[in-house]
Ligand binder design. Sequence first.
Ligand code: NAD
Length: 316
Amino acid sequence: MAKLLEGKVAIVTGAGRGLGRGEALCLAQEGAKVVVNDVGGHFDGTGTGQGPADEVVSEIKAAGGEAVANYGSVSDFQAVKVMVDTAIEKFGQLNIIVNNAGILRDRMLFNMSEEEWDAVIAVHLKGTFNCIRHACGYWREQHKAGNNLKGKLVNTVSDAGLLGNVGQTNYGAAKAAIAALSMIVGREMSRYGVVSNCVAPMARTRLTTEATPSMAGFMGAAVPEGQFDMQDPDNMAPLVAFLASDLADNVNGEVFRLLGNRVWLLRGWHNVDTVVKSEMSKWTPQELDSAVKGMLEKAGPQEDLTSMMMQAMGGG
Ligand code: NAD
């Protein structure tokens, strides 16, 4: 039986560790040739190293797959062009980009430096734009030349942006913006056979155990051998493989959260309620006071990250 991603070429960014590592290994196991991108830095984005990407490439090759390392930063527009060109030159084409690379610089907004803001936006939001931009230019060109490569974009978002999390304005804003970027690019590119979706992980990696104290409390230790580990980062990979495959040709502009054996379909801004003034005239602030508060009361409290995590971990 042919493998799910036989004949496909994928780039996975930030694939040297954590979620990206498992995703790269899984895509390769499913038959894709993989560009394993990782800058090899600390979780705050400082430092570089070739070790993490090289190790994943070795693991893929040892399992009989094909892979090549790339150490460029996703925040560098030209370096990302080189990464996309590497896939095409080395493996003949590009079909899949998994935008996964990420860093954290958590800080309450009133203490956040400009550099902490810029660094996080640069890796997550601009990094995702850079990869999407180069890939979509290529896919559109190929499609016009009669070659539908069925491009698949899988972009990594977070509840920090979808629900909001204290101390993460930079990161949450970037992740919420990626969800919007993904939806819009899915609409722009569907005519060229490209779809774009997001995944929101919840897993035990250095970003949740070391970099985010508010999340660390939810992250248990690895479970004993033989038991299902709900927080194993490798649990995310099959969803990414599905979204990267031809099975997902008609899945576009969606956001999925995954924890262990549970997958959520998430949809963002939507009408919850509406009030119309009885006369055809402008609202006054005082009238809006009762109209707005009436809607808020009916709607109930917003879901937040803590209540969602309690529910998810409790299996409710
Ligand atoms: P991780 O730190 O284990 O892995 C991230 C990898 O990205 C690292 O190997 C790092 O070197 C690499 N990287 C960082 N900046 C880069 C850059 N500029 N260019 C290329 N590579 C770069 O973290 P993780 O938890 O596996 O995170 C992966 C993604 O998942 C991130 O986008 C993160 O925001 C997102 N996420 C994770 C969780 C979770 O529960 N772990 C939850 C929500 C979202």
